[in-house]
Design a protein around this ligand. Structure first.
Ligand code: FPP
Length: 257
């Protein structure tokens, strides 16, 4: 399975139909998200509805990542994070876990050049524990290969858990010898996987679920949430535009009036 394959996207021009059509990213700059995070739910249900295996659902989900990430890059989004595998997903049946990792490994390895051509930077959010050394190597290589790109940063949350991320950051503060009086949000933030990446502006979750599921707990402190009943494999560019329009209509006050 190939991520981001097919026709190369055209560079953004001011006459781009995307920019004319998708006003949320252009009309009112203050209403444009910088960072969108996605919990891709419903792959299994999508497959079952069609009499397919759950893995076929994940394959279809991968295509939806391909489509929507490319779309967001075209629109000029800076950061998109996809929740590909949580630390809790290890409790799934071994065959599903194995199949998912095969899919992830193939897509990362196959697609790093295509992503590079699209000027996309790849970043991994998550821990190495329990992952195959080959997969770790492939992800690190993809990060390195695309490190200097200036388009969208595509974050893959893989073997990711939000609480664990915060615990790890707290440990790093101690290891780094930071004095209690010097511990603040900035210090902790700089030790998260997302160090240097802005907070999530818009969190999208599909398939009718309305939970955060240990995803970017710190980074979603002021995120706007967008929930849709659409199953993830059916989530396409048009659905992403709906989410962007919904976001553009929200009033964000960050605790103020
Ligand atoms: C949730 O659907 C989906 C997952 C746990 C895996 C998501 C992974 C992909 C789409 C594959 C590749 C992604 C990237 C970014 C390379 P579910 O299985 O919980 O569905 P269900 O709730 O209907 O059972």
């Amino acid at each position: 399975m190939v991520l981001f394959s097919g026709a190369r996207p055209q560079p953004i021009a001011t006459t781009s139909p995307y920019l004319l059509k998708y006003s949320p990213m252009t009309e009112k700059k203050t209403n444009s998200p910088r960072h969108i995070a996605v919990i891709m739910d419903g792959n299994g249900r999508w497959a079952v509805q069609r009499g397919l295996s759950r893995l076929e659902g994940h394959r279809a989900g991968l295509k939806a990542v391909q489509d929507t990430a490319r779309h967001l890059n075209h629109l000029g989004l800076e950061y998109a994070t996809f929740y590909a595998f949580s630390t809790e997903n290890w409790t799934r049946p071994p065959t599903e876990v194995k199949g998912l990792f095969k899919l992830l490994g193939e897509s990362i390895d196959n697609e790093k050049r295509a992503l590079h051509e699209d000027n996309i930077r790849i970043k991994w959010l998550g821990q190495e524990d329990r992952l195959a050394s080959r997969l770790i190597k492939d992800i690190r290589e993809a990060e390195e290969y695309t490190r200097n790109n200036t388009g969208m940063t595509l974050c893959l949350a893989l073997n990711y858990g939000g609480r664990q991320e915060i615990v790890n950051a707290a440990r790093a503060l101690v290891t780094d010898g930071i004095k209690t009086k010097d511990i603040n949000e900035k210090q902790l933030e700089s030790r998260l996987y997302t160090s240097g990446i802005p907070d999530v502006d818009l969190l999208i979750r599909t398939a009718g679920e309305q939970r955060l599921s240990n995803f970017l707990l710190w980074q979603c402190a002021y995120a706007e949430f967008y929930f849709t009943p659409i199953l993830w494999p059916d989530f396409n560019r048009a659905e992403m535009d709906k989410a962007l329009h919904a976001y553009a209509s929200r009033q964000r006050r960050f605790g103020g009036l």
